[in-house]
Write a protein that binds this ligand. Sequence first.
Ligand SMILES: C[S@@+](CC[C@H](N)C(=O)[O-])C[C@H]1O[C@@H](n2cnc3c(N)ncnc32)[C@H](O)[C@@H]1O
Length: 210
Amino acid sequence: MKQISTKDGSKTLYSEKYDETYHSVSGAVEESVEKFVKPCRISELKNPKVLDICFGLGYNSAAAIEANQNIEIISLENDERLFGEILKLNPNLKYYNLVKKLASNKELEYEKDNIKIKLLIGDARETVKNIKNKFDAVFLDPFSPKKCPELWSYEFFSDIIKLMKPGAIMATYSCARAVRENLKRAGFIVKDGPVVGRRAPSTVAIAPIV
Ligand SMILES: C[S@@+](CC[C@H](N)C(=O)[O-])C[C@H]1O[C@@H](n2cnc3c(N)ncnc32)[C@H](O)[C@@H]1O
């Protein structure tokens, strides 16, 4: 797969299938930290359980571990061919070696000290239905709503919110009106996330405390 340099110096990949890059070209690592890890307040949470939807190159998971080393992550991804690509990348993320270990470990699990990460391979719309855990934070990072509408749907969001603890935050880069409407219909409280690398904000969707 073709590697693309982004403006923060980190590399991402280009997907021919979706005709999109795996991260914003304004900065791949920056996007993971600023649009996912910080809005979910990963560094402030005590032993957070994180659902990483669309593991991709593992930047979001690695950035989350860098923010908090007492963490449990479940990551969803349907494309195992990415593992070979992960081994060729060297983003400026302190714990990316764990992502590489995971990509070269057939059991798709890594546990050491207080860091636990498990990869569930398959269509996220199906794997999400088999998860029993409850999460403090969710990263929602599919390709764009135009190219991958199935992961921005009301039905999918309804399955995700069931897995979130009250007050848990889901962060995503899109602020598309249709996405926000689907989030609200599924029961989320929707707010602007940070503005990073472009004029529009990202989105944070909060599971209500009732
Ligand atoms: C924008 S990339 C994710 C980038 C990733 N979060 C990172 O930090 O490197 C989107 C990912 O969603 C995956 N994907 C697409 N459709 C999917 C589906 N139905 N279920 C699970 N993963 C899917 C793609 O294979 C791709 O790796």
